[in-house]
Unconditional design. Sequence first.
Length: 357
Amino acid sequence: MEDPGGSCEVTSGSRDESSSPRVTPPLAIKMIKSRGKILGVLALFLVMVWYSISREDSFYFPLQENKTTCPVGEVEKKAAQLIANYTRDRPLFLQLKDYFWVRTPSLYELPYGTKGSEDILLRLLSVTSYAMPESIQSLKCRRCAVVGNGHRLRNSSMGETINTYDVVIRLNNAPVHGYEQDVGSKTTMRLFYPESAHFNPRRENDPDTLLVLVPFKPMDFQWLEAILNDKKRVRKGFWKQPPLIWDANPEQVRILNPYYMEVTAAKLLNLPMKQPRKVKQKPTTGLLAITLALHFCDLVHIAGFGYPDSADKKQTIHYYEQITLKSMATSEHNVSHEALAIKRMLELGLVRNLTYF
C-alpha cells in the first residue's frame, strides 16, 4: 500500500536516505560554486592582512640584514657622496703619543681642534686610553645602532631589536635602567660632555661600555682631569653645573677626536669654523654620533631621532623627561638644519631608520 506522504519502507541493509536528503545536480553545483567564492574571498582577505602587517613591520621596525651578508664598503661609498674628502684614516680617539713625542699641530681650538689644550691633554691621556675593545675592532662586519633620546622611543618596544646590534651608541644622560623594553640594555659607547654627565656610569652602562668625552671647551678637560685624579673640582665655566662625583673607571674613558666634530659642522651643516661669539652654532651630540658611526661602521641604523613639530609646544622631546621644544630655543643647535642633514642620509641609503623620523 502506498504511503500517503510519498515515503517508502526501507529494508534492513539498504542505504538510509532519510538522514541525507537527495540534492538535485544543479543545486549541488550552485552550492559548490558558492562555497568556492567564500573560500576565495577569505583567502584574499588573509593575504591582504598578511601583506599589510608585513609592510607595517618593515616600515617601523625593520630587522637587521642576514648575518651572513654584510654591506662592506657601502657606507664608505655613499658617505663619500655626502662628505667631501671622506676618509677612515683618522683615529676615533685622541692618543697620548700624539701629545708626548710629537706635538700634533691643530688648526682649530675646541670644539674643532686641540689647539691650546696640548698640556692638559698630556696629563689627561696618561690616565685614560684610546683603544677600541678587540671584540669590536676585530669584527668583519660592524653593525651599529645609534640611539637618540627622542620621545618617539617611548612605548616603541624597540629594545630587543636594538640589543641585536654589534655596536650600540648612546647619548649623554639618556637612561637605560627602567626603559629596557623600549631602548634596549646594551651600550657599547656613550658620548657625553660634563654638563650631560648626570648619570651613574655603572648603573646605566655595561661594565665594558666606553665613556667617550665630547670636548666642547678647555674647561671640559679640566673637569675630567679633576674627577679622575680626585683633584679640586672645577665649578666655573659651565652652562650647567656638572657632577662633582662621577664613579667612572678611567680605563673605560676615551677622548673623542675633535676631527669628527669638525666634519659634522663643516661638511654636514656647512658651519664656519670661526664664528662670532654671539651667534655660535654647534652640532648636537646626536648628529656627531651618527658622523662617528659613518666613519667606523659597515652598517648604520638610527632610532629615536627627530623633534616634534615646532607648533607643538607641549610635546616632550625626550623619552625620559618632561622638557619641551621650548628648551631648545636658547641652545646653540639648529635642529631644523640637522633634520635636513639626516634626511639626506636617509635618501642616500647611508643610514636606515628604525623609528619614524
